[in-house]
Design a protein around this ligand. Structure first.
Ligand code: ADP
Ligand code: 5GP
Length: 211
């Protein structure tokens, strides 16, 4: 039986490996459409406009907010980040499962608007490994790393808002764990409304002996 598409939110501390995990998840499985966010932060070396993000000016971002073009947006460590509405709605309508890799404030807004969204939080095996990955990536200054670690400490207070945590220790294991959780989530009654509705209608007919 074909699944109905679900909206999947993936959050986690900066440097935990979200970008790396998402890349592998969509490479290994055809089931997912990965949303590309808009941001006002500068591209890191190796990032391309339209691939990791749509890199836009603050003015252009504020115009998108005014036009209602974003499903959600948030300010994170001094920059705007937001999810374009068109992509999400188009792919959900096609029955695809859409992944948003976004931070906590955005995740909470999505939960309000899409109550059946599945919220996953990626954790490091321990805080030292997080610091090691964030510095090892070599793309941020010491000041930005400090801001991001402080933000991680704040975000850690709200992890209970999420449906599942996944630990990114071994990358491949974590990708498969995420996929398993998502596959299982497809089978919860709130995400099978159409199927349940149809069976109920069929039962009504059969129970009355009308067939
Ligand atoms: P995020 O998108 O969460 O900020 P990244 O995907 O950029 O994090 O990963 C941060 C750094 O950690 C990168 O250098 C990446 O190669 C590394 N990394 C990601 N996952 C793992 C893992 N499971 N084990 C070791 N290093 C990892
Ligand atoms: P980075 O600068 O490391 O790429 O991203 C910083 C943070 O912004 C990460 O926690 C990332 O998940 C989050 N983020 C990326 N895109 C969006 C978005 O569209 N909306 C929100 N709310 N957060 C986002």
């Amino acid at each position: 039986m074909k699944h109905e598409g679900i909206l999947i939110v993936v959050s986690g501390f900066s440097g935990v490996g979200k970008g790396t995990l998402m890349k592998k998840l969509v490479q290994d499985h055809d089931d997912y459409a990965l949303s590309i966010s808009a941001t006002t932060r500068a591209p890191r070396p190796g990032e391309e406009d339209g691939r990791e993000y749509f890199f836009i000016s603050k003015e252009a971002f504020e115009q998108k907010i005014a036009d209602g073009g974003l499903v959600e947006y948030a300010c994170y460590c001094g920059n705007y980040y937001g999810t374009p509405k068109d992509y999400v709605e188009k792919h959900l309508a096609q029955g695809k499962s859409v992944i948003l890799e976004i931070e906590l404030q955005g995740a909470l807004k999505i939960k309000e608007q899409y109550p059946t969204a599945l919220l996953l939080f990626v954790m490091p095996p321990d805080a030292e490994e997080l610091m090691h990955r964030l510095t090892g990536r070599g793309t941020e200054t010491a000041e930005v790393i400090e801001q991001r670690m402080a933000r991680a400490m704040e975000e850690a207070e709200d992890i209970e808002e999420y449906d599942y945590i996944v630990v990114n220790d071994d990358l491949d294991t974590c990708v498969e764990k995420m996929h398993e959780i998502i596959m299982a989530a497809h089978n919860t009654p709130v995400r099978k409304e159409e199927f349940i509705k149809n069976i109920r209608a069929e039962l009504k007919v059969l129970a009355k002996g009308e067939k």
